[in-house]
Design a protein around this ligand. Structure first.
Ligand code: ADP
Ligand code: ADP
Length: 224
């Protein structure tokens, strides 16, 4: 699903990524961990097609992202990737349902079918009753579930999560972990960047540890 080979990225004198090679297979759940500044965000940006390597290749879902045009990357992201973030990145002036439905409308779906699928997803995530509520009035856990619903709208080949529990209290964090685990168990490929050991051990089947822009260790995880 993901193949990085010899990926390098510099910011001035600093090598944010210094020859990273990594593979993620369909159906895997991989956690990426490492100290602040080790290159996690840069790696995620490469895989999301938000940044390009100075050297090396990036292949996601059978497509080379490092050579794709900007327009191609934007389409690729909308159609094949789902992303969730620490601070949710919801649109504040749209209620929950519209935040979710918009993801499908951006790929050309009509409003009716998009809203129907959005409502189904909110139902599956247990928050259908919150569909008309604006993000400001949702709890953190509810906001992240709306963000997950939005990320799943277009049935992404790969779901990318950047510190998905980082802004949540422990109970809401647990719910989001359960949700990610459930998604992986029905076949969703996951890449989770986190500082949270519990999240990694609960949801991931493999751990990739970064240090100073390189992969320092890869290990299989026993799910807790
Ligand atoms: P992490 O996500 O693990 O904290 P990052 O990928 O954000 O690490 O950063 C890796 C290194 O690259 C750090 O030294 C960081 O300061 C540097 N870096 C990241 N993004 C930029 C940028 N846009 N401009 C300059 N330096 C950057
Ligand atoms: P995270 O919480 O995911 O580790 P960071 O704080 O490392 O995020 O980075 C947040 C954003 O700022 C990223 O998009 C990263 O590329 C950028 N960034 C990180 N370090 C620097 C830097 N030294 N100079 C400019 N931008 C940076």
């Amino acid at each position: 699903m993901v193949r990085l080979d010899g990926v390098r990225k510099e910011y001035g004198e600093t090598a944010a990524l210094d020859g990273v090679s990594l593979e993620i297979y369909p159906g895997e759940a991989v956690a990426v961990m490492g100290p602040s500044g080790c290159g996690k965000s840069t790696l995620l940006n490469m895989i999301a097609g938000l940044d390009r390597p100075a050297a090396g290749t990036v292949e996601v879902h059978g497509e080379r992202l490092d050579t794709m045009t900007e327009t191609g990357l934007a389409l690729f992201r909308r159609h094949h990737l789902g992303m969730i973030f620490q601070f949710f990145n919801l649109l504040d002036d749209l209620p929950a349902l519209d935040n979710v439905a918009l993801a499908a409308q951006l790929t050309g779906s009509k409003a009716g079918p998009a809203r129907k699928r959005a409502l189904e997803l909110l139902g599956e995530l247990g928050i259908a009753d919150r569909r008309n509520v604006y993000p400001a009035a949702l709890s953190g856990g509810e906001r992240q579930r709306v963000a997950v619903a939005r990320a799943l709208m277009n049935r992404p080949a790969l779901l990318l999560a950047d510190e998905p529990t980082g802004a949540l209290d422990s109970k809401a964090g647990e719910q989001v972990m359960d949700l990610l685990l459930d998604l992986n168990q029905i076949g969703q490929t996951l890449l989770i960047v986190t500082h949270d050991e519990r999240l990694a051990h609960r949801c991931a089947s493999r751990l990739v540890e970064l240090g100073d822009g390189t992969v320092v260790r890869e290990s299989a995880l026993e799910r807790l």
